[in-house]
Write a protein that binds this ligand. Structure first.
Ligand code: ZN
Length: 467
């Protein structure tokens, strides 16, 4: 099968299925089936979340999927933000429920009634938990694998603190965690503050981690929210401070989802298919025996190599399928994005060497059997770095400083435009460009004039078409 990344949308929709990540034939819109290969990649990402959040003092929990309407309705802005996209459970068997329930679109309203029971004194703080669960949103727009789904594989960390400053410091720590995750997935990004009208329902402010896909559209791949006391008041989450007085806690969240995998697919893949960063690849090295002759010997040698590679803690797979040619196998594993291929044939055996082929550059190396394990480790590290660097370069090219509306409209990517920060000018930018303000970089730029009102400003708006 032939496909070209030039037509990104078509390429993306095709590759997620043909590379064995998902099956889209489930008869519910926006609910795809994770196939084993796709799920393994997602589990590698999840396991890294577990490792790093545990390292940073969070504990994993698991809350029920259903939230009673009564709890959901306690925070007014939160309801307004979600009421048109929740799935409702209205019946138990044939009987209408007294209190209907919804499938969590996120878990604030499931968790915070429990927080009010768990948190008693300052000694219970900070409270830092996370869970990895499925959430549900009734998307009416066109759905897209990993990017816009009705059932979403979701990560959410929730924290509670004694003071606003402690909550602020926690968000800074979350950003440090994010940087490690980005490195693991080789994802380039920019962190922006969301415009006030675009923040999470109920938050004081929201930060978004944005990446730019080859289509020029932005993809929000992580968010940090400062809730202040906006949830602790309606949910009555109080603690007894050192002076014996009751105070409401300050809360934050950090959310991510399967969109991360969507970004990995979109940013690293090429015309041959996926390229999975070695750190999260279920198979880091695939061994393809070249069995033109001396079949028994070559297979035996391949198994020996497989064991040696595995013993070196490298995730390896031996493709000893009988009924496929080496050429077909190359194609198949390139499509699935295995970072490194190891070929071994009778001639290589005579020379005591193996052939290593990089998925990203397709560079081919003959390596002696005496040093091939060291070489594999070195190449996997190189591929990881190279993928990040290439993606960062390509993303940077899609972000341009622009200061007139027509050019913003035409630019296929992110326009960084001077914006005074007022809601009026913000809405005008969105209307005139038919794009969205995805947020403002935290760092200020040089003094320029607001693209709408002409007032001097150092603030920048990233204007783009988001997914
Ligand atoms: Zn302005």
């Amino acid at each position: 099968m032939e496909f070209s990344k030039e037509n990104f949308s078509e390429w993306y929709n095709e590759v997620v299925e043909s590379a064995g990540l998902v099956d889209k034939r489930y008869p519910v819109k926006g609910m795809h089936i994770w196939r084993p290969y796709g799920w393994k990649i997602m589990m590698n990402i999840d396991n890294y979340f577990r490792e790093i959040f545990t390292e940073h003092g969070h504990e994993e929990v698991n809350f029920p999927l259903l939230v009673p309407e009564t709890e959901f309705k306690k925070e007014a802005e939160h309801i307004r933000g979600f009421e048109d996209e929740v799935f409702w459970v209205t019946h138990g068997g044939l009987d209408p429920l007294d209190v209907k329930m919804l499938l969590r679109p996120t878990s604030e309203t499931a968790m915070y009634p429990m927080f009010s029971l768990w948190i008693r004194s300052h000694a219970d703080l900070p409270l830092k938990i996370f869970q990895i669960v499925n959430i549900f949103r009734y998307e009416t727009k066109q759905t897209r694998t990993f990017i816009r789904m009705r059932e979403v594989h979701f990560f959410e960390a929730h924290t509670a603190h004694r003071t606003f400053e402690e909550a602020e410091a926690h968000i800074q720590e979350d950003i440090k965690i994010w940087k490690k995750i980005a490195k693991k997935l080789a994802l380039p990004y920019r962190i922006v503050k969301k415009a006030d009208w675009d923040k999470f329902p109920g938050a004081i402010y929201s930060l978004g981690v944005e990446t730019v896909m080859p289509s020029g559209r932005t993809l929000q791949i992580a968010t940090f929210h400062q809730y202040g006391q906006n949830f602790s008041k309606p949910y009555n989450i109080q603690y007894l401070n050192e002076d014996g007085e009751h105070e409401y806690v300050y809360q934050t969240t950090f959310g991510m989802s399967e969109r991360l995998l969507g970004a990995v697919v979109g940013l690293h893949g090429d015309d041959r298919g996926l390229i999975i960063p070695p750190e999260i690849a279920p198979i880091q090295v695939v061994i393809v025996p070249i069995v033109t002759k001396k079949k028994q010997e070559v297979i035996k040698e391949s198994k020996l190599i497989e064991q040696e590679v595995r013993d070196a803690q490298i995730r390896v797979h031996l493709d000893d399928r009988d009924n496929y040619t080496p050429g077909y196998k190359f194609y198949d594993w390139e499509l699935r994005g295995v970072p490194l291929r190891l070929e071994i044939g009778p001639r290589d055996m005579d020379k005591r060497q193996v052939v290593l082929v990089r998925r990203d550059t397709r560079e081919k190396l003959m390596v002696s059997r005496d040093e091939y394990i060291v070489k594999i480790k070195e190449l996997l590290a190189n591929i990881q770095d190279a993928l990040y660097r290439r993606a960062e370069e390509e993303m940077s090219e899609r972000i341009k400083n622009i200061d007139n509306i027509e050019n913003v409209k035409e630019h296929n990517g992110v326009s960084a435009v001077p914006w005074c920060g007022s809601d009026d000018c913000g809405h005008a930018i969105e209307e005139l460009t038919e794009k969205k303000i995805v947020g403002s970089p935290i760092e200020l730029g040089e003094k320029k004039r607001c693209i709408i009102c002409g007032k001097e400003t150092e603030k920048i708006a990233f204007v783009a078409k988001p997914y």
